[in-house]
Write a protein that binds this ligand. Structure first.
Ligand SMILES: Cc1ncc(C[n+]2csc(CCOP(=O)(O)OP(=O)(O)O)c2C)c(N)n1
Ligand SMILES: [Mg+2]
Length: 503
């Protein structure tokens, strides 16, 4: 199994094992080149595998302990599915002949795997290489996403045959020339918009999309792209906003939407009297390729079909390093002003990310990983995986406080692996977005119970102590100046560092 994965270029396993995985764990020591990374919660492993893929374009393995262990991994597995990130989940299960005894840890592991996406129950050591190859193929062929092998312990005890099934990383769907021609015609029409989804938006793609807009007069939007190159010299492609009213407003004049790499944009939630769709009801929808599409190739094909010209993008004024009060605006400006070259910013800042988002176009070119499936607790694990995949590159984990607590154990893995991560912990002592949602629901003054379910203040979380307790050096910043100093030090010293930004 591990040799099959290695032969496909998969060399990292994020794990939280138990008794049923002991043979797998022992085997890792006999497979040179396969890195084993312990996480202290399964959701850290699944999120880290997602981050590893986003940073490197190579999938990683996750190793989990039966149904309950894998259930702990499901929220970030869901995020990976929504972000079109392949992960190969290896889930140990009870010894086959022990299942009827209904031991305490037995459960319907396959049912848990059903929820996770493509899955297969491995029945024989003779099949394990072929089954691993099938999982890799399923995960990496568009539309990409997690794939799971459920492996009973007795299958892993037996010696598997030496010969392995070779498998390459799968591909995305190539653009259909007829559809490219039809889309190019539609994009010339008044009120046309190109909406680009998919799993990444590189600088090249942003240049291509801008060239298409210039050649046709269409508008261009990106829609929930989890992995985007942003910064100086890279044209800015506007995102479709999160809240339905704003999304509907920016799309109000769209008469024809060409959808690439995504179904049509919809609202995150259903609110009373708000439609699910954010495009105008009468707008024409043209499907240029859904989540399986190779969006980069489709953009190149459109550029070539149109004879569109790519242009250099002028400089954007970079914010000064701020001084004085620390708030969402000055924090975002400071993160951008001091961002190291070629960094990856993992953004799960929720309401605290507003400043960062608006300044990031002025940053040195970098990559931003954004949340995908809406299950919070993805940010710190993504940072773990991104750092494991990119030695020498600084990862800035821009993290909201409430969301951090779902997978705070990520800090321990950062310390154990000495990962170059600067965690910017935005401590606003509340679930601020839920206060906004309460307001949206018409509750101007929440009652004491509602207020207690959105406040994190009593007792206040002390993130510098939490970090220190997990082996991560930490600093608390209450002013922009203090933040700037801590941020520059954290980015220049190897290993992880947490800065608690008091907002
Ligand atoms: C797994 C999961 N559980 C619960 C939620 C509901 N939820 C959405 S945002 C949020 C609170 C976010 O608070 P925080 O991370 O502190 O960010 P802030 O709103 O303060 O900026 C919660 C609980 C969710 N999206 N996912
Ligand atoms: Mg908060």
């Amino acid at each position: 199994m591990f040799k099959t994965a290695l032969a496909a270029g998969i060399d990292t396993c994020f794990a939280n094992p138990g008794t049923t995985e002991m043979a797998m764990v022992a085997t890792l020591d006999r497979v040179d080149g396969m890195r084993a990374v312990l996480t202290m919660f399964e959701g850290v492993a699944s999120g880290a595998a997602d981050g590893f893929w986003r940073a490197s374009g190579r999938p990683a393995l996750g190793m989990f302990h039966l149904g309950p262990g894998f259930a702990n991994a499901l929220a970030n597995n869901h995020n990976a599915r929504r972000g079109l990130s392949p992960i190969i989940n290896l889930v140990g299960d009870q010894t086959t002949w022990h299942l009827p005894a209904d031991a305490p840890l037995s459960s319907d592991t396959q049912k848990v795997a059903t929820w996770a996406g493509w899955h297969r129950y491995v029945t024989s050591p003779n099949d394990i290489s072929a089954d691993t190859a099938a999982a890799i193929c399923a995960a990496t062929t568009g539309p990409r996403g997690p794939a799971t092998l459920v492996i009973p312990a007795d299958v892993t005890w037996e010696q598997a045959p030496d010969d392995i099934t070779s498998v390459a990383i799968g591909t995305l769907a190539a653009p259909d020339p007829d559809k490219i021609g039809a889309a190019a015609n539609l994009l010339h029409q008044p009120g046309a918009a190109l909406i680009v989804g998919g799993s990444w938006l590189t600088a090249e793609m942003a240049h291509d999309a801008t060239a298409i807009a210039a050649a046709t007069g269409c508008k261009v939007f990106s829609y929930r792209v989890p992995n985007a190159e942003i910064g100086q010299g890279i044209p800015h492609i506007a995102d479709i906003p999160y809240f339905p009213e704003q999304a509907t407003q920016v799309l109000a004049s769209v008469e024809t939407a060409v959808l690439l790499g995504t179904p049509e944009p919809i609202t995150f939630f259903g609110y009373p009297d708000v439609p699910s769709e954010t495009l105008p009801p009468g707008a024409r929808r043209f499907d240029l390729g859904g989540p399986a599409a190779d969006t980069a190739k489709a953009l190149v094909a459109l550029v070539e079909h149109l004879g569109a010209q790519r242009h250099a993008t002028g400089p954007v004024e970079c914010p000064e390093m701020p001084t004085g009060a620390l708030d969402v605006g000055s924090l975002g400006a400071a993160v951008v002003a001091g961002l190291p070259d070629d960094a990856i910013v993992v953004q799960e800042g929720i309401t605290s990310a507003a400043g960062l988002r608006s300044y990031s176009v002025a940053a040195p070119p970098h990559r931003t990983f954004s949340p995908t499936g809406g299950a919070i607790g993805g940010g710190l694990p993504l940072a773990v995986g991104a750092a494991c995949a990119s030695p020498g590159r600084r990862i800035v984990s821009f993290q909201a406080d409430g969301s951090s607590m779902y997978t705070i154990q990520s800090l321990w893995t950062m310390a154990r692996e000495q990962l170059d991560v600067t965690v910017v912990l935005c401590n606003n002592q509340r679930y601020a977005i839920l206060e906004v949602e309460l307001l949206r629901a018409g509750i101007e003054v929440p009652g004491p119970k509602a207020a207690s379910l959105t406040s994190l203040a009593d007792p206040a979380l002390d993130f510098t102590s939490i970090a220190a307790g997990m082996g991560v050096p930490s600093t608390r910043a209450t002013t922009a100046d203090a933040f700037a100093a801590a941020y520059s030090r954290a980015n220049s010293e190897p290993g992880p560092h947490l800065i608690e930004a008091m907002l």
